[in-house]
Design a protein around this ligand. Structure first.
Ligand code: ADP
Length: 500
């Protein structure tokens, strides 16, 4: 019996394959890192062929660990690093240039020029925001695609021969898995390109013109649970339907079963990503947040807002590896528990500030030091800084009109009970940690199961969400407001003391 689902989680630093049973429980995981290239300052590249090989390797690895054959697998789903862009030759499947990764800033000057232009009678920025929910920024795929078109030696010739294909990592992997039978993507990956109109749910010709990316090299856009093609049996030993696809943060929203308006999840890894389900209407932020799709299922779009902070778990890494204040990230809990109650505030603006400030020049600082401030107080302030940054994002979402209920959390840092309690107290909201924290891969598995009829509805999937622990608000509102005001003052000071 084919009683398992395979999820491929193609991330920024590693590829993972996870096998789930039909109750959504993990049976096996395999993971492989791959090379990061930094050929110039601000450039970040991956080798698409190496990504493809790593995916094949981990799928075989997970099957072996689970002692399963591919014929035991009902279908596969993909979740992936978003925005990262590949262009390839449709005859050979060879990429014409390395993948340009989401972190890559090489098109910053191009974006500046584009921002100063208009589309029709309106400012380009405003039109792009209205149509896509995004800013004009090197982060998104359009200017990366254009850069490859302009700079990869074979790109133009292939384009003229109508032999060039473009896409995000999901599209590239599906092309490979199906031996070139499918050139497709899902709506969540499409909505991160700057080319996809989130209202019409189509590639937008006006934007394709503006960014100089021909729409005929782009993939067909499908729902997140759909028929994306069939993985050729030569790869893993059986022909597997590819039935679920979503970008990583969208998959995590699904894996956390945030299916009702107002439900939100925050993923705490190196940085943190907060996404809130805003139902059937897009909310356009006045506070630096992005409007995005939550997911698209059965042709029905559920919108989301997204805010991210660059430094979350990374502040603990820095204290561990940079300052050597602690031996391992998990020591942060015991140390912070010993901390004296002090007014120490740590703003980890190491690479500027993300949403809602968008200040690339801000630099980090620790405020409120006294003679008796020690390691413990600094570690505690570092953990709190992650909570305050989440609070910044939640406050911005509320000011933009999104109502939120409890916060569901996942990612490495959520193992820290103290940090999660601080989160509840500072944000004055219940924080819910699920039993299953591999939410990204789980989201891809859920989509696959939905398409293949293993689960019949999102309601049925929501029933599978199980709580590990709820962190209730234990401090009063005045305490939280006072502390938050001091945090905001600290952020202001960091913006004044700019690195530029
Ligand atoms: P990523 O996927 O971005 O690599 P993970 O979800 O694996 O991130 O989370 C790793 C991050 O979480 C690291 O930055 C680490 O410092 C932090 N982290 C892990 N465990 C803890 C802990 N117990 N307390 C605080 N931070 C932690």
């Amino acid at each position: 019996m084919a009683d398992y689902i395979l999820a491929i989680d193609q991330g920024t630093t590693s590829s993972r394959a996870m096998i789930f049973d039909l109750k959504g429980q993990v049976v096996a995981i395999d993971q492989q890192e791959f090379k990061q290239s930094f050929p110039h300052e601000g450039w970040v590249e991956h080798d698409p062929e190496e990504i493809w090989q790593s995916v094949c390797h981990v799928v075989k690895g997970a099957l072996a660990k689970a002692s399963l054959q591919a014929s035991d697998i009902r279908g596969l789903g993909i979740t992936n690093q978003r925005e990262t862009t590949v262009l390839w030759d449709q005859e050979t499947g060879q990429s014409v240039y390395p993948a340009i990764v989401w972190q890559d800033r090489r098109t910053a000057d191009h974006c500046k020029t584009l921002k100063a232009k208009s589309i029709g009678q309106e400012d380009a920025d405003a039109v792009v925001k209205q149509k896509t929910g995004l800013l004009i920024d090197p982060y998104f795929s359009a200017t990366k695609m254009n850069w490859i078109l302009e700079n990869a030696p074979q790109a133009k010739a292939l384009l003229q021969k109508q032999q060039l294909r473009a896409g995000t990592i999901d599209s590239y992997l599906i092309w490979k898995l199906t031996n070139g039978q499918s050139h497709v993507t899902d709506a969540t990956n499409a909505c991160r390109t700057n080319l996809f109109n989130i209202h019409t749910q189509e590639w937008d010709e006006e934007l394709c013109d503006f960014f100089q990316v021909p729409s005929d090299i782009l993939p067909e856009v499908k729902d997140c649970a759909a028929d994306f093609g069939v993985c050729d049996e030569s790869y893993f030993g059986a022909a597997l339907p590819i039935a679920g696809v979503a970008g990583d943060q969208h998959a995590a929203l699904i894996g956390q079963a945030c299916f009702k308006e107002g439900m939100s999840k925050c993923t705490y890894g190196t940085g943190c990503f907060l996404n809130i389900n805003t139902g059937n209407k897009p909310i356009f932020s006045e506070h630096g947040l992005i409007t995005t799709l939550g997911y698209r299922i059965n042709g029905k779009v559920t919108y989301a807002m997204e805010g991210s902070a660059f430094i979350a778990g990374a502040v603990i890494q820095w204290l561990r590896d940079g300052l050597e204040l602690l031996k391992s990230a998990k020591d942060s809990k015991a140390m912070a528990e010993q901390a004296r109650d002090q007014q120490v505030f740590f703003v980890p603006a190491f690479t500027g500030l993300g949403a809602p400030y968008w200040d690339p020049n801000a630099r980090g600082a620790i405020f409120g030091l006294t003679r008796d401030t020690g390691k413990n107080e600094i570690v505690s302030a570092a953990l709190e800084s992650v909570c305050f940054q989440t609070m910044d994002l939640l406050a911005a979402m509320q000011q933009d009109g999104a109502e939120f209920t409890a916060l569901r959390v996942d990612g490495g840092m959520t193992n820290n009970d103290l940090a999660m309690q601080m989160m509840a107290d500072i944000a004055q909201t219940k924080v819910l940690r699920p039993a299953m924290t591999e939410t990204t891969a789980l989201g891809a598995a859920y989509l696959t199961g939905l398409q293949l009829g293993i689960w019949s509805s999102l309601e049925e999937i929501a029933e599978l969400w199980a709580q590990d622990r709820a962190f209730e608000v234990a401090k009063d509102k005045d305490w939280s407001q006072q502390r938050y005001q001091r945090w905001q003052a600290a952020v202001k000071a960091c913006q004044v003391f700019s690195g530029a």
